[in-house]
Ligand binder design. Structure first.
Ligand code: NAI
Length: 328
């Protein structure tokens, strides 16, 4: 039998945690041959709730679950971590300014980055889900100087999955017919879901849709504002679909993406496509089981250029704001 992989999940007692942990323990994150040891990180007041979730995990008798540890100390929870899912974050509450939000999250992601740097396994891979995901990932990454920057990623896979589903509905096809539909930029309302490089049954998606008005006035805003629409309908933010996207992101990173296809992830820019180096921006990426690599050589037309630039400008503003606060 193989040695268990240590998977650390922060915010384990939250609603995404509740949807995520059972899928990890059942083998959907790393595959059916890989045992996992779950390491749950929560804040002290939520430890009891995390213990309740751990009791339910025990009660599933998952054959691949090698053990569960719970802690409120990042140095304990990230010790030996091979995969870290940073889900816990400080949500924006009424009257909170952006600076307050960034500062509160800096207080979470700086110590977590430091702990990952100090105690995680050499092959650590980090996915930041907690919002503002790209900038939280940047803060953590900057405080882990000994970890290769490519190991820090932010989640835009939920946006991608939303885009797949909206496009498939529009064209009356299934999501299996769609390929290469990526999100660029920030996981925010400025994100750019790109139909111009996407394919439907091997044909260009934008040409197949053949309706620029639908792309601009319907498709892009529906995908970008889907999170708010879920809150409006459900009375709570996306949880199962966010957990599902986190599973997809890490699964494809570790096991590789399909030949000829690409997926979306927030990764540290190397300057590709004019995105300033160092920003954690979403790109079309591929993996062969090592790092996520930015897909090169895609032609960017004026429409896509303007959309990418606008979202990247927002990322640069967020970076400047956390820099101004001394968080990076
Ligand atoms: P939630 O509020 O139900 O759970 C968050 C949990 O994090 C709580 O149990 C809380 O105690 C914990 N937590 C707070 N600070 C912590 C710390 N320093 N260390 C460890 N745990 C800590 O929230 P939910 O619904 O699970 O969402 C989590 C985050 O994911 C939010 O920031 C949300 O905005 C974000 N999100 C991101 C998406 C994406 O596509 N990137 C999609 C959906 C949600």
């Amino acid at each position: 039998t193989r040695t268990p992989v240590n998977v650390t999940v922060t915010g384990a007692a939250g609603q995404i945690g509740y949807a995520l942990l059972f899928r990890i323990a059942s083998g959907q994150l790393l595959g059916p041959d890989t045992p996992v040891r779950l390491r749950l990180l929560e804040i002290t007041p939520a430890l009891k709730a995390a213990e309740g979730t751990a009791m339910e995990l025990d009660d599933c008798a998952f054959p691949l679950l090698a053990g569960i540890d719970i802690s409120d100390d990042p140095r304990v929870a990230f010790d030996g971590a091979n995969v870290a899912l940073l889900v816990g974050a400080r949500p924006r509450t009424k009257g909170m300014e952006r600076g307050d939000l960034l500062e509160a999250n800096g207080g979470i992601f700086k110590p977590q980055g430091e702990a990952i740097n100090a105690v995680a396994a050499d092959d650590i891979r980090v996915l930041v889900v907690g919002n503002p995901a790209n900038t939280n990932a940047l803060i953590a990454q900057r405080h882990a100087p000994d970890v290769p920057a490519a190991r820090f990623t932010a989640m835009t896979r939920l946006d991608q999955n939303r885009a797949y589903s909206q496009l498939a509905k529009k064209l009356d096809v299934t999501v299996n017919d769609v390929k290469r539909l990526a999100i660029w930029g920030n996981h925010s309302a400025t994100q750019y879901p790109d139909l111009f490089h996407a394919e439907v049954n091997g044909k260009n998606a934008a040409e197949t849709v053949n309706d620029q008005k639908w792309i601009e006035a319907d498709f892009i805003p529906t995908v970008a504002k889907r999170g708010a629409a879920i809150i409006e309908a459900r009375g709570a933010s996306s949880a199962a679909s966010a957990a599902n996207a986190a599973i997809d992101h890490v699964h494809d990173w570790v096991n590789g993406t399909a030949e000829g296809d690409f997926v979306s992830a927030g990764v540290v820019s190397d300057g590709s496509y004019g995105v300033p180096a160092g920003l954690i921006s979403s790109f079309p990426v591929t993996s062969t089981g090592g790092d996520y690599e930015i897909v090169q050589g895609l032609a960017i037309d004026d429409f896509s250029r303007a959309r990418i630039d606008a979202s990247v400008a927002e990322l640069a503003e967020e970076r400047d704001a956390v820099q101004g606060l001394g968080l990076i």
